[in-house]
Design a protein around this ligand. Structure first.
Ligand SMILES: Cc1cc2nc3c(=O)[nH]c(=O)nc-3n(C[C@H](O)[C@H](O)[C@H](O)COP(=O)(O)OP(=O)(O)OC[C@H]3O[C@@H](n4cnc5c(N)ncnc54)[C@H](O)[C@@H]3O)c2cc1C
Length: 406
């Protein structure tokens, strides 16, 4: 075993790398461990390889957490301005696209590169392939134990092991087990920003088709979320931003709360009011348009065969079916019976209860000397750079706090 480090950072993802850098800058001797063969593996996959690393509209109100005051306190000290200046200080130029902040190179690899260079410059020790199985407090220090027998001792630990999403990229939920063994309550994690399983002939018939839509999540008859954007029909159900953005309450209802009455309602023609759509169908029907052509110019051609199925039997004379057809497309209901799970979830909802860390230092209230940062905490932001922003912000604060402990 190496000598005693000041700070051990468990997890070399966004939160862990920010924590390691800020702890070292504050004068601590720092080691980072990660089970993967390289640092920042998940960062490379973010934003479709572009890394949407923050958002110009970053605000605590956009996040959900059991402890909103903690999110506000962290972002107050380390918000979008501080995150951007952290990266500019590393030599990373940034550009914004509709509020979403990206590296100017449009390459996630550049983000990892500048972080790695700073880690090296600061002399931070890195241990890769260090699959941490044990994290124990002994007296006034901590011991980390890896599966292969390696050991690391440190006065303080930043636990930044992420959540459970995309386990192939490193975070497999083991951080929750380690935090749980140190006395933390874990709010049952569920996949978030995840495609949804739907049994509906429309999905099967239209698989591969993308349209612009507005979507709503309904749980037991109560509307819980709303979004707009691209909707993708797939063989298993629904995906695309308009689905991912409302998937969290649906996933919580199905996976955590065991609810059965979970519905995604989609407005498939968001650019026309219900009245205007009905008038347009009425006009086309009166003019004798074939049923499979009724939606031409409104929806992609692939919808043709579906359209006649949406006109109730007995209402196909003249324009009698126009109201029902317009209503079916403006408020198409899909019963959701599951999610695509952890391998396709961009984020984890739930995790270490945020009320169990001190605001704003992020020190554990259960285990002094342990600090938590990133997705491991029960803090969720919308897609668009918010979750990485939370990871950097909480990492920077946790690292600094861990370096200054006692
Ligand atoms: C495909 C995809 C795209 C995304 N795109 C965006 C985006 O563009 N913008 C955005 O804001 N958010 C995005 N996210 C979400 C964002 O990537 C995460 O919220 C963020 O990376 C979380 O950072 P973290 O450091 O807390 O956790 P992670 O990045 O998951 O890092 C945790 C690290 O801990 C290591 N680790 C875990 N357990 C152990 C253990 N037992 N021993 C040793 N090491 C361990 C893991 O290997 C990993 O490297 C995306 C997520 C995915 C999956």
């Amino acid at each position: 075993m190496e000598g005693l480090r000041g700070v051990a950072v468990l997890g070399g993802g966004a939160a862990g790398l920010a924590a390691a850098i800020s702890a070292a800058r504050a004068g601590a001797s720092v080691a980072v461990v990660d089970r993967m063969p390289r640092l920042g593996r998940k960062i490379l996959a973010t934003g479709g390889g572009r890394c949407n690393l923050s958002n110009d509209n970053l605000s605590p109100a956009a996040f959900s957490s059991t402890e909103p005051e903690l999110v506000a306190a962290v972002l107050d000290r380390s918000g979008n301005t501080e995150i951007q200046s952290f990266f500019r200080g590393l030599g990373l130029l940034l550009s914004a696209d509709g509020g979403r902040v990206f590296p100017a190179t449009n390459q996630a690899a550049t983000v990892v590169k500048v972080l790695e260079l700073e880690i090296r410059r600061l002399g931070i020790a890195v241990q890769l392939g260090f699959d941490t199985r044990t994290l124990d407090r002994r007296g006034d220090s901590f011991r980390l134990g890896a599966e292969d027998g390696r050991r690391l001792a440190a006065r303080t630990v930043v636990l930044a092991a992420g959540g459970k999403s995309y386990p192939a990229l490193g975070s497999d939920g083991s951080g929750f087990e380690l935090a749980g063994r140190l006395g933390h309550r874990i709010i049952p994690p569920v996949p978030s920003a995840v495609p949804l399983l739907v049994k509906d002939k429309m999905c099967h018939a239209l698989q591969g088709q993308k349209i612009k839509a507005r979507t709503k999540a309904w749980v037991d008859g109560v509307e819980t979320a709303e979004a707009g954007g691209e909707l993708l029909f797939t063989a298993y159900g629904l995906s695309g931003p308009a689905v991912l953005d409302i998937s969290e309450p649906i996933s919580i209802a199905l996976t955590r709360d065991g609810r059965k009455n979970v519905v995604l309602a989609a407005d498939l023609v968001p650019f026309l009011s219900p009245g205007d759509l009905e008038t347009e169908f009425s006009r086309r029907m009166k003019a004798g348009w074939p049923r499979q052509d009724l939606a031409i110019g409104i929806l992609p051609e692939k919808f043709g065969p579906m359209i006649s199925r949406l006109i109730p039997a007995g209402e196909d004379q003249n324009d009698a079916g126009a109201p029902a057809l317009a209503a079916a497309l403006k408020d198409k209901r899909f019963a959701v019976h599951g999610t695509r799970g952890w391998n396709e979830a961009e984020f984890t909802a739930g995790g270490v209860e945020a009320a169990e860390v001190v605001s704003p230092t992020l020190e554990s209230k259960r285990c002094p000397g342990l600090f938590l940062a990133g997705e491991i905490l029960d803090v969720q932001g919308p897609r668009g750079g918010f979750n990485l922003a939370w990871a950097w912000a909480s990492g920077l604060i946790a690292g600094r706090s861990a370096a200054g402990f006692r």
